[in-house]
Design a protein around this ligand. Structure first.
Ligand SMILES: [Zn+2]
Length: 502
């Protein structure tokens, strides 16, 4: 252990052999591809709908030949704009006024004669209501929708790629509104007599339990890919067995894994992976590592279920903390109560760990907590301080900026982004100074946050044991396919310890 840093984490970057550097790019490019496909499909749908809407020619049978929608707002979703309403001639060319609001992503028919459904990106709007008026809604409609959805959705979480769907009837009146934050997170507002009713749309997700196993030949990422799970699953192994094995340096050809997890689909279309129920890594260096998911609190009243990975004795595999509150390059200065200060040339305690990382790297809350300070504070530069359960406080210094919308007294959840790495205050380069206090005194986060997690309370042990028995049975039943390992196994060191948990 002497060659390790105080946090127990080697300070070098992941080796390519683990397949980890590919992870984030893979995910990003896959998401980009999915987004492109969606945008392309929407665009095609939009063009088709516009053509369908315009080809028949005769103007809508409205009162006085009124043009729907066109007069309503600035977005003018239908390309009816510049032809006189009685002109049933060629399609209008949407020349558009200078600097119009962003084009809608799609225009479709609602199925009701004359009804339209127009999809807009949230885009660069500065808030929810401005996004609605950008999408062509009147101020009155925007106000009514904002009121209806207050408390239903969190307006601070709006993102440029989210979608706004506006449904109008043949008269151009708003009949339904939808906000799509993701495929599964959709909010709607519908007319309820004279007022609008906002609610979250229940999207039915089909879950199927998958059981997979594999042997590592070149990298864990490649092995997971070979098992049909995709390299992104590497992160689950790294996080679950954090502190028990270092996948950067201790992965060996011939190691094996087994995993039981849910696959989620909507209308048969693959959405992603859900709960990982049981996970095993058979390491030649570290023995057999296993963890089992256990729901410690069921979902209730709109609050999602809570759970954690536990070992076979019912102890949580993590101490409830993120061991590191960011993805960093290296530790530039460890916790040291007797550090010789590099500039001041005298012994000055270093009350935290300095993690070097690029400016703008997201910094996460190490655990659930309450913000006790957020702002500039002397040598700390931009600082966030959090108070946690059990007499703990954490400090995040030298930030370039804070996550938007946070203020003192706010509750944050573990892994929520609270700010971004910078070099503000007394700092010679971009890094995060991460400090930890227990009952008012500074302690080494590397040591303190590494402890084992809590045992499940006795009241939950019965349910845990029953679930464990069935998960173990399922996990043990997974056959690990043999894979030709290119290098001879004896070329790799094998841990002296036998499988400790079986
Ligand atoms: Zn520091």
């Amino acid at each position: 252990m002497a060659d390790e840093t105080p946090s127990g984490i080697p300070t070098h970057r992941p080796l390519p052999s683990v397949g980890m550097p590919l992870l984030r790019d893979d995910v990003r490019s896959t998401r980009q591809k999915q987004l492109l496909v969606v945008v392309a499909l929407l665009a095609i749908a939009g063009i088709a709908a516009a053509v369908v809407a315009l080809v028949p020619g005769p103007p809508p049978e409205g009162e006085g030949g009124e043009v729907p929608a066109a007069a309503e707002g600035p977005a003018v979703p239908l390309a009816v704009g510049f032809s006189p309403p009685h002109d049933a001639g060629p399609l209008a060319i949407d020349a558009g006024p200078p600097a119009p609001p962003p084009e809608p992503l799609a225009i479709e028919s609602t199925g009701v004669p004359g009804g339209t459904r127009t999809t807009h990106a949230f885009g660069r709007a500065v808030g929810f209501r401005p996004a609605l008026t950008n999408a062509g809604l009147s101020g009155a409609d925007a106000d009514a929708l904002t009121t209806a959805l207050t408390g239903v959705m969190d307006f601070r979480r709006c993102r440029p790629e989210h979608q706004i769907v506006v449904e109008r009837d043949a008269d151009g009146s708003l009949v339904r509104f939808e906000y799509r934050a993701s495929i599964t997170q959709i909010y709607e507002a519908v007319r309820d007599g004279s007022r609008w009713l906002g609610r979250q749309v229940d999207v039915p997700v089909q879950r199927t339990r998958l059981a997979r196993g594999g042997t590592v030949a070149t990298s864990l990422g490649a092995a997971l890919d070979g098992a049909g799970l995709g390299r992104a699953m590497v992160g689950t192994f790294v996080e679950t067995f954090d502190g028990r094995i270092d996948f950067n340096t201790e992965t060996r050809a011939g190691d094996a894994f087994r995993i039981l997890l849910d696959e989620e689909r909507i209308d048969g279309q693959f959405l992603g992976y859900g709960t990982v129920w049981a996970i095993e890594y058979r390491s030649q260096r570290r023995g057999v590592l296993r963890a089992f998911w256990f729901e410690t609190r069921a979902a209730a009243g709109g609050r999602p279920a809570e759970g954690d990975f536990h070992d076979e004795t019912g102890r949580a595999v993590h101490g409830g903390w993120l061991r590191t509150p960011l993805r960093y390059d290296h530790i530039s200065s460890p916790f040291n109560p007797r550090r010789m200060h590099p500039v001041l040339r005298r012994v000055m305690p270093h009350n935290g760990i300095d993690y070097a990382a690029g400016t703008g790297t997201p910094v996460w809350a190490a655990a659930d907590g309450v913000i006790t300070f957020i702002g500039a504070r002397g040598a700390n530069g931009n600082l966030v301080a959090l108070r946690h359960e059990g007499g703990y406080e954490t400090f995040y210094a030298h930030l370039s900026r804070f996550a938007p919308g946070l203020s003192r007294g706010d509750t944050v959840t573990q892994r929520q982004v609270i700010g971004y790495v910078g070099s503000t205050g007394r700092s010679t380069g971009p890094h995060l100074h991460f400090g930890l206090k227990r009952h008012g005194g500074f302690v080494d986060p590397g040591r303190e946050l590494n402890g084992p997690g809590r045992m499940l309370p006795a009241a939950q042990m019965g349910r845990f044991r029953a679930q464990l028995a069935s998960l173990r049975r399922e996990l043990d039943a997974i056959e690990i396919p043999e894979v030709a390992v290119r290098e001879a196994p004896e070329a790799h060191p094998v841990a002296a310890t036998e499988d400790v948990m079986d």
